[in-house]
Design a protein around this ligand. Structure first.
Ligand code: SF4
Length: 338
């Protein structure tokens, strides 16, 4: 295989990356990876400068109708406390975020049926009324709800596709079809949202070719936000004894996203820090430009069990990581010149 060097990268940045090129990035050696990371930082700099922003997430409901085999919140898991936060508490957390200079608020929930469109619309309206950008990650709902939430002020929506491999997707998310999830992402776009997606890296049976297809799917969808999380097993799930995903492959995937998708927002996700000290700093080194502070009330956040023994990103950790990456903190609006 041809060795990856700066010239190899420049050629492809100019003329495009083939599937084989993307696979070569994912399979690159440590030495090649550092060259790729440097190039990814240059691409980031070209599009965004050396600026990163912090968003705050609150996980407001963990009751879930789904049975994703990798997730601790699957409906069969009786070991966790199920909760839906009170709207006033959510808004109060958003106020705290704003007081601390965070201008993007991320409302995340499992596929819960414990709240309705009006309930969430009211929360969105109150938070966007404070001048904050509202980002949703709440799974699949009715199309009418999308318009209602957009009117209330939500502008961004993340729906992770988890894997672009149809068989693996349907094995990991019983009862759901990959094509429906992709269609939902397109529907979100049609209804005015900026969209985000990405894979869970390290699922059992996932191949390098399927990770390449994840990149191509995100390009086809023209996502505004692209992310990768590294698989960590959750207790009480069918995958609880499976090995964790490969952090270094995750970092190469971030570089591939930056080089291939170029101008998307890429978060340094907490799974990297959970698996390796300074893991999120390495994400910034590989081309990330966003970090999310967890503001779910501490009394409940262990019950939002995407994986066991989560790493909770504090504001102090986020600011320190941005500084150590030699980046400057900004807000999402400033990043886009708004
Ligand atoms: S991954 Fe999301 S949809 Fe699936 S069980 Fe967990 S919370 Fe529910």
């Amino acid at each position: 295989m041809e060795r990856i060097d700066q010239r190899w990268i420049t050629d492809r940045l100019n003329s495009g990356f083939s599937k084989d090129d993307l696979k070569a990035i994912l399979l690159s050696s440590d030495e090649e990876s550092e060259i790729l990371f440097k190039a990814a930082r240059e691409v980031r700099k070209h599009h965004f400068g050396d600026r990163a922003f912090i968003r705050a997430v609150i996980e407001f409901a963990n009751t879930c109708r789904c049975s994703c085999v990798y997730c601790g919140m699957r409906t069969e898991n009786t070991e966790i406390l199920r909760f839906t936060l009170d709207p006033d508490e959510i808004v109060s957390v958003a106020e705290t975020a704003l007081e601390n200079g965070i201008r993007t608020f991320f409302l995340q929930a499992a596929e819960s049926e414990e709240y309705n469109a009006e309930w969430l619309g009211d929360v969105i309206r109150r938070i966007s009324g404070m001048g904050m950008m509202v980002l949703l990650c709440v799974g699949i709902h009715r199309v009418d709800d999308l318009d209602y939430w957009f009117e209330a002020g939500a502008r961004k929506f993340i729906l992770k596709h988890e894997t672009s491999n149809k068989e693996l997707f349907e094995e990991m998310k019983p009862g759901f079809l990959l094509k429906d999830r992709i269609q939902w992402l397109r529907t979100l776009r049609e209804h005015g949202y900026h969209i985000g997606s990405g894979p869970l890296l390290g699922l059992p049976g996932q191949t390098m070719d399927s990770l390449v297809d994840d990149l191509i799917l995100m390009k086809d969808l023209n996502v505004d936000m692209s992310s990768v999380s590294v698989f960590l097993p959750a207790k009480g799930t069918p995958l609880e004894d499976y090995p964790v995903g490969d952090v270094d492959l995750g970092l190469r995937f971030i570089a591939a996203m930056r080089l291939f998708l170029k101008n998307t927002l890429i978060p340094a996700t907490s799974t990297f820090e959970r698996l390796r000290e300074n893991g999120q700093l390495r994400c910034f080194d590989a081309g990330a430009n966003v970090i999310t502070v967890n503001m779910t009330p501490p009394r409940l956040r262990d019950d939002y069990e995407l994986y066991s023994e989560r790493f909770y990103v504090s504001l102090e950790h986020a600011r320190k990581t941005i500084g150590r990456a030699e980046m400057v903190e900004t807000t999402e609006a400033e990043l886009f010149g708004e």
